[in-house]
Design a protein around this ligand. Sequence first.
Ligand SMILES: Cc1ncc(COP(=O)(O)O)c(C=O)c1O
Length: 481
Amino acid sequence: MSNTDDPASPSPTIAKPALMSIDDAHGLDAAQVRELAAAHMNPGQITTLKLLGFDRVVVERAEGMYYTDRSGRRILDFFGAFGALAFGHNHPRILAARATFAAEHRHELAIAFLSQYAATLSCNLARIAPGDLDMVFLCVSGSEAVEAAMKVAERAAGPKRSTICYAQNSFHGKTRGALSVTDSDFYRADFRLLDNVSRVPFGDADALEQAFRADPGIGVFIAETIQGGAGVVLPPPGYLRDVRRLCDQYGVLWIADEVQCGYGRTGRFFAFEHEDVVPDVVTLAKSLGGGKTALGAFIARTPVYMKAYGSPKSALIHGPATFSGMGEACVTGIEALHVLYDEKLIDNAAEQGSYLLDRLRALQAKYPTLIADVRGQGLMVGLELADLSRVLPRGTRAVAAKFDDRLKGGLAGVVGALLLEEHGILVAFTEYNRNVIRLEPPLIVTRAEIDTLVDALDSILDRGFTRIALDYVRKVKAKRG
Ligand SMILES: Cc1ncc(COP(=O)(O)O)c(C=O)c1O
């Protein structure tokens, strides 16, 4: 008998578990956050954060170029969430667009009905993208954009050309398809991945041509326009034009992964525009969501898209997914693009980027032993510090190797930790070369903020390696909780 038949019996209820509230979250201190993360998230990650001293920070607010922690200390953000914060934190115009959208109770999920917001964002991206890069697929992350781009290109290339060629030292994401073209034994970790892939050196047009000639099954080539995870590595001038020419000659479709280097960061909206070429598919994510929402996309040339999914029969093969074009995400993306141009942030990326590179090169001239290289374009900059084995006396190299291994990139990690501890400046490192400090600040960064960073680096490097290491041990390691 159901209890609706018996008005006297109480309706069964599911007891609410002891859930933590938003207020509980606000009230957690650093030790409590660490404890919860260790118990329920990724305990191993905390070890690395501890080495850097990053585990002691609980962020209270974030605005523009700055985080503010619980104690009221401001932290200048030169990390920029791997390039996902073109607008800095909580840009007021982007916040306002989101608030209005929510207040007006607009519709979110574009599953039953088409979304005017997804259509508008797609139209804007097509208007920005050169050539006939006109067909947009919206999703929620860089990895998903790469997955979708690989699939659209593979279908357009056809079953006889389904081999996907990728570049050495690439990073395209950690989902299974993206991982299959990501050149890292560490991340691949013996997973069973796609076998229709082949690898070529990055930036080497002759090697690319050899690969195309040797294997007519190659129908797709994917590469980051500037390699991020590899340590901010630019291809030699002319390479992208060669890629376009070779892809045309051998009938290969070119996917430019601009998840990290795109969206204005290099001083053009797309980094490939520096060479006046147009790929067949381009991926975007990170700052596309205005720093407020998870948003990714691919933009494909119309003939490529139509070949893959153009008919009513093939239209649903890849999309729409449940979250292809959430209303609030698309409105965020639309407003963000307006802010990008209204505030001339792409121009600022070019101008401040070249100032940052100039100042870092001057620093390299001052500390040639400690700084191995400075490279980048716009506000995608890598500062490569020397291997510990180069800066330490012979007798101490075994210790250095141990230190290097634990910190996964000795000197850069130590300098990064001191930048935060002493100067309240946040930087990050690149995936495969941990000796590279990755500088991808918001595109709103000013010359004065760049001076603050470079002066802080100067004051640390000026101590010489031994004192840097001692200061690290004294100030960062000693405080480990
Ligand atoms: C070039 C490139 N492609 C893809 C990805 C994956 O993006 P996501 O972390 O949003 O999945 C990244 C992430 O850093 C990236 O740099």
